[in-house]
Design a protein around this ligand. Structure first.
Ligand code: FE2
Length: 361
């Protein structure tokens, strides 16, 4: 199936925000990104302004509308700051788009060629859940900065936080919609279902969710969650309420030194889900064999999990905007290809404590 639409990797994630200048400063200073390109009034773009941020293999584009009737202004009004575009690198935009549309995708941008003195950038986009789009992009004949219309930004590299790559992208959809979207990713974009977690694996006394993990090649991982029935409102329901419908919930970013990364982020004021001390008292003996002392894990609130292939270290930020919607996961993998299933329970208890503080449980 993966040959239908070979995806070479994630090209970028585009955020639609209320204030691109300030949001990009937050990601630069706190998450260690360097601003590499810019488009806005000074470059002749009258309707929107965008900053391209890079670190390791990660590229974020942070965009705001300059006009109140611009679709991005409407997106911000409806969803708050959000990741609106997931851009995937493909070798043939036209066939990726045509295949997806033939399989039922709704087109958002038909195949388009944008040209300047640096060559041709090819792209197209389809709609997925909510107002989120998947953009297919081919840079093979384009050597300029990010895209035609952008200029290189001579910004001082910030102290990188040590992030290397996007590990996975996670979307939340409504109750009953997960399987439909999973099938769509398989049919329209050649993803394969790798794992699934049902509500028995991911539940607390109060709330539950179900999740499926999709991969295209070994570079692009997309997880889709839906709420399951619980005694109270689940974290997914809270997201759907404040995001006004389905959308991107979190992004997992890899680091090779989670301790240094988390110290950097904490120093900058990034808040993480607090993990109770009892979590560290009950860790299995194998944890003592990893490189990071348990005391350090406890001090920084880092979780550990293991499967048959190895272990992983992870932790989760609190929502990065005002609405309890988008957040980030910091992950250091040592063989494990899982998502920390062993931590789901303690994590959800921590999440629910935060939900209760917001009056949403
Ligand atoms: Fe995750």
């Amino acid at each position: 199936m993966s040959n239908i639409c070979p995806i070479m990797g994630l090209d970028h994630l585009e955020f639609y925000v209320g204030n691109a200048k300030q949001a990009s400063a937050y990601f630069s200073h706190c998450f260690g990104f360097t601003t590499t390109a810019y488009s806005g009034l000074e470059t002749g773009e009258r309707k929107a302004t965008s900053y391209v941020l890079e670190q390791g293999d990660i590229r974020f584009v942070i965009t705001s509308a300059l006009l109140s009737d611009h679709p991005i202004a409407k997106s911000v009004l409806k969803h708050g700051d959000t990741i609106a575009v997931v851009a995937l690198e493909v070798s043939d935009v036209v066939s990726a788009y045509k295949h997806a549309v033939a399989q039922g995708a709704i087109g958002a941008i038909p195949p388009t060629e944008q040209e300047n003195e640096y060559g041709v950038l090819r792209y197209a986009a389809i709609r997925i859940f909510g107002d989120t789009t998947i953009k297919f992009i081919d840079r093979s004949d384009y050597s300029g900065v990010f895209a035609p219309g952008f200029v290189a930004k001579a910004s001082v590299p910030t102290n990188a936080a040590g992030f290397k790559a996007i590990d996975h992208v996670v979307g939340n959809v409504e109750l009953g919609a997960m399987n439909r979207w999973v099938e769509f990713f398989v049919r329209a974009m050649g993803f394969d279902v790798q794992m699934h977690f049902d509500d028995n694996a991911i539940s607390t006394d109060y709330s539950a969710l179900m999740s499926k993990v999709l991969q295209n090649g070994n570079k692009t991982t997309f997880n889709i969650n839906e709420p399951a029935k619980g005694k109270r409102k689940s974290q997914i329901d809270e997201y759907l309420e404040f995001h006004n419908g389905p959308g991107i919930q979190h992004i997992g970013l890899t680091t090779e030194n989670i301790v240094e990364t988390v110290i950097h982020l904490r120093r900058c004021g990034v808040e993480f889900l607090p993990i109770p001390k009892t979590y560290y008292e009950n860790l299995e003996p194998w944890v003592k064999e990893i490189d990071v002392p348990v005391e350090k894990l406890a001090e920084l609130g880092i979780l550990v999990d293991r499967d048959e292939n190895g272990y992983l270290l992870q932790l989760f930020t609190k929502p990065v905007g005002d609405r309890p919607t988008l957040f980030f996961e910091v992950i250091e993998r040592h063989g494990s290809r899982g998502f920390g299933a062993g931590n789901f329970k303690s994590l959800f208890v921590a999440l629910e404590r935060e939900q209760a503080l917001r009056g949403n449980l």
